[in-house]
Design a protein around this ligand. Structure first.
Ligand code: C5P
Length: 415
């Protein structure tokens, strides 16, 4: 279906590749408005964009004599910015509105896709990395630059991806957006459209001193798979992540860092009132050191003695959430259990009764089972601990099965 696409062009040499992007979008029937930054006109002039898009092209906020940025933003269904220079990323991150493009992005409520292109050193600079991370955390899709020859004569990461790649990124992001317009099909294709899902993932680390912690083996892959599937089904996903590799976090997901149980408790409880579905896939530590030393704990050279760590229980975030005044409509917990299949199920049943979650996903761990990139089995239990379904497969397959159970519960509530 034809969409209103805004193509923002930044002031980099790769701007010429974007002419192909505009041409391909127009040929595919989309209505394209090109908004170049003033600096980008040194690379590709307004006449090119006007000829390709068949629309007038402006770079300043008041050039058209009115609130052009508000009008363009209102019509836009997706904004694609390419090439995004380091300067443009910084301006977007700061929420500046000093030209028509940045003002339009600020006024837009549609999905935004940003394709950076710059020299490797600028891309890898902590300032740029920080800007990219922040933009991703706000739900903006940042397409990673490609690797290869750069205009400086160097070679490395920083090239603008091919036009087809950019067109696909823009249209896929548009399609995954809950406000995408495809009428009656929206429920079938995106059964979680507009549902606010708060997911926790990863394993918490409980500090002992500035360099040491008590941790666990959770990789965050199951949580990342849940985030990906939920996003694909149209949900608005916030991932509260405890030490999860950022590369695992799918585009379009709001990322909140919560390295310790204390951080996770704070970040989850602050969001309960704005959450429809809570899925606690994180391995939250059950115990943490009572005292955290502010200096690295030293070996005593005169004795062979080792320090004794005094531990305390952490609050049970899941059990607290199920009793909260702002309890989300559906709450899902995870339980990693060791032992035989029967023992695992029995422990899961007891836990289901204790936690008060609508669903408890129980998996057997240990001896190479459960952690990392492996296939596993998940027994889904209801609130009383009765088995609902057993799922087997990749973490993505398990995420699909579990979210279908969540959908079924949401469905019974709305009836
Ligand atoms: O009691 P157990 O740690 O096995 O419970 C696992 C479930 O409870 C998971 O969903 C986990 O995210 C959650 N949990 C929690 N707060 C804790 C410990 C676990 O929310 N302190």
């Amino acid at each position: 279906m034809a969409a209103n696409v805004v193509v923002g062009v930044g002031g980099g040499i790769a701007a010429y590749k974007v002419a192909q992007v505009v041409r391909d979008l127009v040929r595919a029937g989309h209505d394209v408005t090109v908004v170049p930054t003033p600096a980008s006109l040194a690379f590709v002039g307004a006449a090119t964009w006007e000829a390709l898009s068949a629309h007038r092209v402006h770079t300043g906020v008041f050039e058209a004599g009115g609130a052009d940025h508000v009008e363009i933003a209102r019509r836009a269904e997706v904004v694609l910015i390419a090439p995004a220079t380091a300067d443009l990323l910084a301006r977007l991150r700061l929420g500046m509105a000093d030209d028509l493009l940045t003002a339009t992005v600020l006024a837009a409520s549609c999905p935004v896709v940003v394709a950076p292109a710059m020299h490797t050193a600028m891309w890898e600079n902590p300032a740029t990395r920080d800007n990219v991370l922040t933009l991703r955390q706000r739900g903006i899709t940042v397409v990673d630059p490609a690797e290869g020859a750069l205009s400086s004569g160097d070679s490395g990461v920083g090239r603008l991806p091919d036009p087809e790649h950019l067109v696909r990124a823009a249209l896929e992001t548009l399609a995954a957006h809950p406000l995408a317009r495809d009428g009656q099909d929206i429920q079938a294709q995106r059964p979680l459209a507009g549902v606010r899902i708060l997911l926790s993932a990863g394993g918490t680390r409980e500090p002992i001193d500035p360099v040491r912690y008590l941790g666990n083996r959770s990789s965050g892959r199951q949580g990342a798979a849940l985030a990906r599937v939920a996003r694909r089904r149209g949900a608005l996903v916030t991932l509260v992540a405890a030490n999860v590799d950022p590369a695992l976090v799918p585009a379009g997901v709001e990322l909140v860092q919560a390295p310790s149980a204390r951080d996770m408790e704070r970040e989850v409880s602050a969001r309960l009132a704005d959450t429809d579905v809570l899925v606690m896939a994180a391995a939250v530590a059950d115990f943490r050191p009572v005292h955290v030393s502010d200096q690295k704990i030293k070996k005593d050279p005169t004795t062979r003695q080792a320090p004794t760590l005094e531990l305390e229980r952490t609050p049970d975030i899941l059990a607290t959430a199920t009793r909260d005044a702002h309890r989300p409509h559906v709450v899902v917990g995870f339980a990693a259990e060791t032992g035989t299949e029967e023992e695992v199920l029995e422990r899961g049943r007891q836990k289901a009764l204790r936690k008060g979650a609508d669903l408890l996903a129980v998996n057997a761990v240990g001896e190479g089972r459960g952690f990392g990139d492996v296939e596993n089995t998940l027994h889904v239990l209801d609130r009383q601990g009765h088995p609902v379904v057993t799922l087997t497969g990749s973490k993505e397959t398990l995420a699909e099965g579990l979210l279908s159970q969540v959908q079924a519960l949401l469905g019974t509530m709305s009836r």
